[in-house]
Ligand binder design. Structure first.
Ligand code: WTA
Length: 674
């Protein structure tokens, strides 16, 4: 790696130093600087360059043989005889290991008991630095068995949908695994979502059970989960049982006959439980995610292929070795938490850290203090967190040791080279490779990423496909683009971890993912491939925006805005944001006679928070007397995106608009200018 030049005494201020490092870093990336695999890392890595190439080639030429072998990494009750039955056209279906049976929770717990019953499975680090807990595999197994028995005692059975609305506490993992153990399908709703969003997700899958907590705790602030749940349940009649974990002891209302305290139920339940035998294609979970149109989709994952893929990617992408302490900072409300806090690591018998808090509480050294406290070896986070911490300068990082760190990871959005280099040089002291992992809720696990012992890194590139993944870059018409090129990213064949359907709406699954480019899985992302065959994800090419690594459909924010009585019309786009990656920019047309004001702006932001949740709050609202529409009435978002990004020279052809003067007005009133 290139060493940074001596910056001298003039840069004693840490903020100034960070800025200088960033300025310098930006220069080094224009020439595709390669960061080779560090020699000592390569020595002990599970996969080196040769193995990667050999395994990758085999996975493409002989997928049945390759996956048939690697699927043996998990325990099957009845071994499968068929590996793959997939079609991306016609009757679209995806089946892996379809005649095999297994239990996911038994794979994550029971099979480890003999060998590592007393090893820590979960290190839980609370919101407050004074609170943490080590849970062994034996202990976790017992907790899961108790909850599984308690749930069965309430009549909850295989195939039931169980909604989980919990903070980042061990009970979240216990609840997931208890569902998996009895064959119930969990649907986790992120604790930051509003009562309405929770209700929508409960109703869509007709869930009959809700597991929640009295309150959550984040950054010293309480999150009123049970109050939100009660509101959601006013309109969600399917839910018959509510199981409530006591987290803060806050004052909440329990509805008799419907609500049960978690600790009462598990105290009475037996600590032994026989796991249900599930088919490889039985559902494991539903996870709602935003798309470019309509309400969030229930992405459905099944048991066998998902677990094989989550475990295998976790092991090889993170070069997980026996005894490593691994920490993924995501929330279990997102897919990253499913695959890389719970299922992948536990299937591998790893020690996985679960963090309840936030990066800057009590102060912005917290991540690194936790790394030192628990001797974390592998650390996986999102670019938005890195950028936010980068702002605080090197000081909060450098006052910690971080000597235990061996590998760093990034996920959720493109990582800009500046943030990558800061992560590498400041957090990792130039010693730790970074795996920039590209994947999606739909993909179940990582599809494009370096393998740290095999891949030379380029800052900002997710580099190469994982085993069995066949990326293809296409032009707008669907023609394949070869060599060094840029276009839209498709995947041409199935991998075991991919989603199987949209819950309750297979037609929507086919339409959303397989109809834009017939016969290929369309990711919704733009992508560049360079002359070395490295992939660079350029961001979404549809109407999904990525705010701090969270997916948000512009249509969802628009429908929340137009539900406000003073709003006649709204159009929402993403715009570049220093910390969040993308911010939410809303153009709002008010109903006749209503006048714009600062108070109304605040009211609308508060309204969207209440309707969807804080992650959907518009960052900027621009009053728009009119919106640019074609003569057939379609809003020209391309123009709105350009105006939001302050790129007025690139507005393109506006002559097809019904009223081109609308654009002038919008440009004149662009938020930043007024
Ligand atoms: C984006 C999160 C660039 C991408 C696992 C994708 C990324 C969407 C990366 C999925 C990355 C995720 N580089 N972009 N390393 N990782 N994305 O479903 O646009 O919450 O389509 O899954 O995040 O977001 P989701």
């Amino acid at each position: 790696m290139r060493r940074r030049a001596d910056r001298g005494a003039a840069l004693a201020d840490p903020r100034e130093r960070a800025r200088a490092a960033i300025r310098e870093a930006s220069v080094t990336t224009t020439d595709n600087t390669l960061f080779p695999v560090p020699a000592d890392f390569a020595k002990s890595a599970l996969i080196n360059d040769d193995t990667y190439q050999k395994w990758y080639d085999r996975s493409i030429t002989d997928p049945e043989g390759f996956w048939g072998e690697h699927a043996k990494r998990i325990d099957w009750i009845r071994p499968f005889t068929k590996v793959k039955d997939v079609s991306f056209t016609g009757d679209v279906h995806i089946k892996w290991f379809e005649d095999g049976t297994l239990n996911v929770a038994a794979n994550c717990l029971d099979r480890h008991l003999d060998e590592r019953g007393d090893q820590t499975a979960i290190i839980w680090e609370g919101d407050s630095p004074d609170e943490s807990e080590h849970i062994t595999y034996r202990d976790l197994h017992e907790r899961v068995c108790r909850l599984a028995n308690a749930m069965e005692g309430l009549g909850i059975k295989k195939g039931d949908r169980v909604t989980i609305y919990l903070p980042m506490i061990p009970e979240a993992a216990v609840a997931m695994l208890a569902c998996a153990r009895i064959g119930a399908i969990h649907s986790i709703v992120f604790g930051g979502f509003s009562p309405d969003s929770l209700a929508g997700r409960i109703q869509d899958c007709d869930s009959n059970v809700l597991i929640t907590a009295d309150e959550g705790l984040r950054g010293g602030r309480k999150v009123p989960l049970k109050v939100n749940a009660d509101k959601a349940l006013e309109t969600s009649w399917s839910v018959k049982h509510v199981i409530v974990v006591k987290r803060t002891g806050g004052d909440i209302h329990m509805v008799s006959g419907r609500d049960y305290w978690y600790h009462d139920l598990v105290a009475k339940a037996s600590p032994e439980h026989k796991p249900a035998e599930q088919n490889a294609e039985d559902p494991l979970f539903i996870l709602y995610t935003s798309g470019s149109t309509g309400k969030p989709k229930g992405v459905l994952h099944t048991t066998g292929g998902y677990l094989v893929y989550a475990a295998m990617t976790h092991q090889y992408v993170f070069d997980y070795h026996e005894g490593d302490v691994y920490w993924c900072t995501a929330d279990v409300g997102w897919v990253t938490g499913h695959s890389y806090i719970v299922y992948g690591p536990l299937a591998n018998g790893a020690t996985t850290l679960m963090f309840e808090g936030i990066p800057n509480y009590p102060d912005s050294s917290r991540f690194w203090q936790v790394v030192d406290k628990h001797k974390v070896n592998i650390f996986y986070t999102a670019p938005t967190a890195i950028r936010a911490l980068m702002r605080e300068g090197e000081g909060p990082v450098k006052k910690t040791s971080r000597q235990s760190l061996r590998l760093l990871g990034s996920v959720g959005e493109p990582i800009n080279p500046e943030a990558w280099l800061w992560y590498h040089s400041v957090v990792g002291d130039g010693r730790c490779p970074i795996v920039d992992t590209w994947w999606q809720t739909e993909t179940g696990g990582i599809l494009i990423s370096p393998l740290p012992g095999a891949t030379a890194l380029k800052p900002g590139s997710a580099t190469k496909p994982f085993f069995g993944v066949k990326p293809m870059i296409v032009d707008a018409a669907g023609g394949e683009l070869t060599g060094a090129t840029e276009g839209n990213l498709c995947i041409t064949d199935a991998w075991p971890g991919m989603m199987r359907t949209v819950y309750g709406d297979h037609e929507r699954f086919v339409q959303t993912y397989f109809s834009t480019y017939r016969g290929y899985y369309f990711t919704g992302d733009g992508c560049r491939r360079d002359e070395d065959g490295y992939y660079w994800i350029t961001g979404r090419v549809d109407d999904v925006i990525n705010v701090s690594g969270h997916r948000m459909g512009t249509a969802e924010v628009e429908s929340a805005l137009v539900a406000h009585p003073k709003v006649a019309e709204a159009a929402v786009v993403g715009y570049p944001h220093d910390i969040k990656g993308q911010g939410i920019y809303a153009y709002v047309t008010l109903v006749n006679g209503v006048h714009p004001s600062e108070d109304l702006r605040k009211e609308l932001v508060g309204w969207v928070r209440k309707e969807i949740g804080p992650i959907a709050s518009p960052d900027l609202i621009q009053w728009a007397p009119g919106l640019p529409k074609t003569r057939s009435g379609k809003i020209m978002r391309r123009i709105l995106r350009k105006i939001a990004a302050n790129e007025y020279d690139a507005l393109g052809d506006i002559s097809t608009l019904a009223d081109p003067t609308v654009v002038e007005d919008l440009v004149d009133n662009r938020m930043n200018r007024v």
